[in-house]
Design a protein around this ligand. Structure first.
Ligand SMILES: Cc1cc2nc3c(=O)[nH]c(=O)nc-3n(C[C@H](O)[C@H](O)[C@H](O)COP(=O)(O)O)c2cc1C
Length: 327
């Protein structure tokens, strides 16, 4: 039984179990990753997507995205469509302490794909090959890729993702995470796990990590069983329930209302420790709202959260929620 407790290797990088926190833009920053590691259960964390073009012009915002608090192993994900920029971006991530550098071949946002980055690389396998090859040559740490099932349904039907898998192997890619929606689907419909199974069956030398629609404990086991993937990557499921990794590892792990409220408070404390108060408040407004879905008094809390103009108002909102939950 390899899932979920056993370690696995991405070349020489050991991951302690089979659970990966997905990269989420504007969410999986340094504070959020510190928080999710504190809760526990996750084997590998990934930064939010960082633009290689922004990195190489030393844009402050992009440089901040490389901040890390010693979590190991840490993958930093970069995006781009120019091999030279990706190579230099990968070197900057390596110098900033990344254990792995990941290339984003999945982002569907048109402001990203217009520049030939993200899922647009799925339309040009030769360019994608030059991009990963340049990254592999540029750094000593393993290079990994996160991709979608294809640009659109017809590319998916033709199974072109399998050509990419083989190309990655020849280029020296060391792990692949696959989110089996097409770019055209954005986040609509279901993640087609049969694509993950086909990727695993292709028998690549590197591990295939499955991703998409794992929202509760049982989904993770089902994905591992149906696809044979080496590890399961979870995105939105961990936003609604940051305890999901613990629940997958520990069948008896029960999440109480109090734990969910405490988690909201703890994330806010970490945000305040690591960010400017205004930025911390902005982030907790976005993320705290997800954590409290279904908590008694959660609706009123989310209204107070939205209205809070300073950290004190937010602390008061959390206190009020706690009292309501206890009442
Ligand atoms: C708000 C949001 C931000 C995301 N940002 C990124 C990103 O920066 N890099 C990336 O590769 N995927 C990103 N994704 C895609 C997720 O990593 C994941 O592939 C997708 O959400 C499917 O997994 P899930 O069903 O577990 O959420 C993002 C998804 C969401 C919803």
């Amino acid at each position: 039984m390899t899932f979920p407790h056993t370690p696995f290797q991405i070349r020489d990088v050991q991951v302690s179990n089979r659970l990966v926190m997905a990269p989420l833009h504007e969410i999986t920053d340094q504070p959020f990753r510190k928080f999710i590691r504190e809760i526990g259960g996750v084997g590998l964390t990934v930064s939010e997507m960082i633009s290689s073009e922004a990195l190489i012009r030393h844009a402050v915002k992009a440089e901040k995205m490389m901040a890390a608090t010693g979590e190991r192993p840490l993958s930093m994900q970069i995006s781009g469509g120019r091999p030279e920029a990706l190579a230099e971006g990968a070197q900057l991530c390596e110098a900033a302490g990344a254990d792995l550098v990941d290339l984003n071949m999945g982002c569907p946002a048109s402001n990203v794909t217009r520049g030939g980055a993200g899922s647009a690389l799925l339309k040009d396998i030769r360019l994608a090959e030059r991009c990963v090859t340049a990254m592999v040559k540029a750094v000593k740490v393993p290079v990994t890729v996160k991709m979608r099932a294809g640009w659109d349904a017809s590319q998916k039907e033709r199974g072109e993702f399998l050509d990419f898998l083989r190309m990655f192997e020849a280029a020296g890619v060391q792990a692949l995470a696959i989110h089996p929606r097409t770019r055209a689907q954005q986040y609509e419909g279901h993640a087609d796990w049969s694509i993950i199974a086909r990727a695993v069956d292709a028998g690549t030398s590197y591990p295939v990590i499955g991703n998409g629609d794992v929202n509760v404990r049982e989904d993770a086991f089902r994905m591992a069983e149906e696809t044979g993937c080496a590890a399961v990557m979870i995105g939105r499921g961990a936003l609604y329930n940051p305890f999901i990794f613990r629940q997958i590892l520990e069948p008896a792990f029960a999440v109480t209302t109090e734990m969910r409220i405490d988690a909201t408070l703890r994330l806010f404390q970490i945000l305040l420790d690591l960010l400017e108060p205004r930025e911390a408040l902005h982030k907790i407004k976005k993320i705290g709202a997800w954590f409290t879905k279904g908590v008694p008094g959660g609706h009123g809390f989310r209204q107070n959260l939205h209205a809070a103009s300073d950290p004190q108002a937010l602390m008061a909102a959390i206190d009020a929620l706690r009292h309501q939950g206890a009442a």
